[in-house]
Structure formats: structure tokens, C-alpha cells
Write a protein that binds this ligand. Structure first.
Ligand code: FES
Length: 319
């Protein structure tokens, strides 16, 4: 994936809550940044070969800077730790232009935004956009504890503050999220958006299904997923390179290809970003990503090689 990168500088850096760094990035030449729609993310080129995606959480109407929040995860593969350790004020860094895999729909009668922990970030940009459009919405922010949560002050002072409801695990039972009550019965004009830790999202998504929400009214963005690499071995044929390789149990297609000198561009390595997408010429993929839609998965003509496997004995890829 060749793309134009933008040179930006860390204009402001704040530590908020428990281990969240909030960065305001501006262009090195002082010009405005490209427009973005709420829900978009950028890739940050944190270091050589280290590219990570983070949602934009600033007001999409303000292109003087991009804001993002990064939770330090010591168990991560280096991305968030590196952001925390190296992106100090004044540091220049390259980013991609914004991409949006989590857009707001245009014709909602009401939107319910449910953010868990650091998953609040895309929801903040969505709230700015919905407020600007004059649409009906509410933003629910769930966290373990008030003093561990970032962005509280910004949400309190935001022009849409009256639409924000917080829910903390360690506070009074009355303020905890009553999911069924908040979601109500799924109606055609009501759209639900969620982002957060996988367990939180699954709880919210299952709750929406139980309340009768149609699948196309449930909008979700995973920022971290567990990759399940289990499953029997299979063979991958790289048609253009003329190479065949065995993908062992527990090994990724990506690693197997690398072992025979075929390098695929990657970013998240979790089936989230779509960077490693390859065309399938023959065979049946076992899709394990959260990037492709159900329809795209059913087409069986594309695969994300960082995480997916094969149901057939052989998979022929157009690489
Ligand atoms: S590298 Fe992101 S989906 Fe494969």
C-alpha cells in the first residue's frame, strides 16, 4: 500500500487518566491538515517498521491539529510504549492521511455512542460531528474509575456536554450502564456505535442484538483483538512468485511467506487495518480478521494474511 505520508510535529502532549497520552499533532509547515470524517484513524510511523493506527478524537471541523489518545499497554508489541516513550513535544513524525472504517451513517434519527476505556476516542470526534449536524445522540463513556479515565475534562467542557453520560465500575450502582435501557428496542432510525476492549464490545453488541437491532445498525471498531492462530497446517501457493510454502499449526501465513523470502506489507498484525490484504485465486480462506465485512468474507476472494488461515488444504494467492 503506497500512500502519501504527512510530516507532523507533536505540538502538545498531556498525560491523562491512567497511562493515556493525549497528543495534538500539527503540520510541520503550519498549514491545515487534510479533512477527516468522524470515526477516522491515522497510521503513525512510530519507528522503523513500526506503524500503528490510532483514532482521531478531535473536532473534525478543526483542521489546525489532529488529536489522539494512546493508552500505554506494556503487553503490546511495542507500538503504544514507543509512542509514550518517544513522541515528546517538538518531535517530528510521519502519519498517513486519515482513513475511515467506522463512519457515521447519514440518515440516523438518533445515534447511541458507547465507548469503553480508550475506545472513547472515535466517539469524541463523532459527538463533535453529530452536535454540529444538530442530530439527536448520546455518548456513554464507561471506565473502571473516574481518576483513571482520560478526556473527562474535555467532555465536561465540550459543546455537547449535555449529551455525555459517564459510568464507572467503582461508583454508585445507579450510575452504571443499564444497557437494555440505554439501547431501548432496536428501531429503524436508531444506530449504535461502539469501541473499546473486546469484552466490553461483545457485551454491547450482543445486547444490541438482543434488543432487536439490525446488524447494519450496529457499528463497531476494534482497536485490539486477540489473534487465534490455532488450526491445522495447510499449503500456500504464491502464484506470481512461483513459490509454495507450508503454513504450520500456530504459524501465520505472513511468517510462512517471509520464510521463503516473500514480504507482505503489514501494520497492525491483528486483522484490524487491512494493510496485508491479498487476493485469493483458489482455495477457501478461514477468515479471522475484523476488517472484512461478512459479505466480503463470504466472497472468499480476499484474505488478510497476518491472521487468517485456510479451510482448504491449499490456498493460491495472487502474490
Ligand atoms: S496487518 Fe493489519 S490486517 Fe493484517
Amino acid at each position: 500500500m503506497n500512500e502519501q505520508l504527512l510530516n507532523v510535529v507533536v505540538h502538545k502532549r498531556q498525560l491523562q487518566g491512567d497511562g493515556v497520552v493525549v497528543l495534538d499533532l500539527t503540520r510541520t509547515d503550519g498549514s491545515l491538515l487534510p479533512a477527516f470524517a468522524a470515526g477516522a484513524h491515522i497510521d503513525i510511523h512510530v519507528g522503523p517498521g513500526l506503524v500503528r493506527q490510532y483514532s482521531l478524537c478531535s473536532d473534525p471541523a478543526d483542521l489546525s491539529s489532529y488529536r489522539l489518545g494512546v493508552l500505554k499497554d506494556p503487553a503490546s508489541r511495542g507500538g503504544s510504549v514507543s509512542v509514550h516513550d518517544t513522541l515528546v513535544e517538538g518531535r517530528e513524525v510521519q502519519i498517513s492521511t486519515p482513513r475511515n472504517l467506522f463512519p457515521l451513517v447519514d440518515d440516523a434519527q438518533r445515534s447511541i455512542l458507547l465507548g469503553g476505556g480508550i475506545g472513547i476516542t472515535p466517539m469524541i470526534a463523532m459527538a463533535y460531528a453529530l452536535h454540529q449536524r444538530g442530530e439527536r445522540f448520546e455518548l456513554h463513556y464507561c471506565g473502571r474509575a473516574r481518576n483513571r479515565s482520560a478526556f473527562l475534562q474535555e467532555l465536561q467542557n465540550a459543546p455537547f456536554a449535555e449529551h455525555v453520560v459517564t459510568h464507572f465500575d467503582d461508583e454508585a450502582p445507579e450510575q452504571k450502564l443499564d444497557l437494555a435501557k440505554v439501547l431501548g428496542q432496536g428501531q429503524s432510525g436508531v444506530h449504535m456505535y461502539t469501541c473499546g476492549p473486546t469484552g466490553f464490545m461483545e457485551w454491547v453488541i450482543n445486547g444490541a442484538r438482543e434488543q432487536g437491532y439490525a446488524e447494519d445498525h450496529i457499528h463497531k471498531e476494534y482497536f485490539q483483538v486477540e489473534v487465534d492462530a490455532s488450526g491445522a497446517s495447510f499449503e500456500v501457493v504464491a502464484a506470481r512468485s512461483g513459490k509454495t510454502v507450508e503454513v504450520a499449526e500456530g504459524q501465520s501465513i505472513l511468517d510462512a511467506l517471509a520464510s521463503v523470502g516473500i514480504k507482505i506489507e503489514i501494520s497492525c498484525e491483528q486483522g484490524v487495518c487491512g494493510t496485508c490484504l491479498c487476493d485469493v485465486l483458489e482455495g477457501e480462506p478461514d477468515h479471522r480478521d475484523v476488517y472484512l465485512t461478512d459479505e466480503e468474507k463470504a466472497g472468499n476472494d480476499q484474505i488478510l494474511v497476518c491472521c487468517s488461515r485456510a479451510k482448504s488444504k491449499t490456498l493460491v494467492l495472487d502474490i
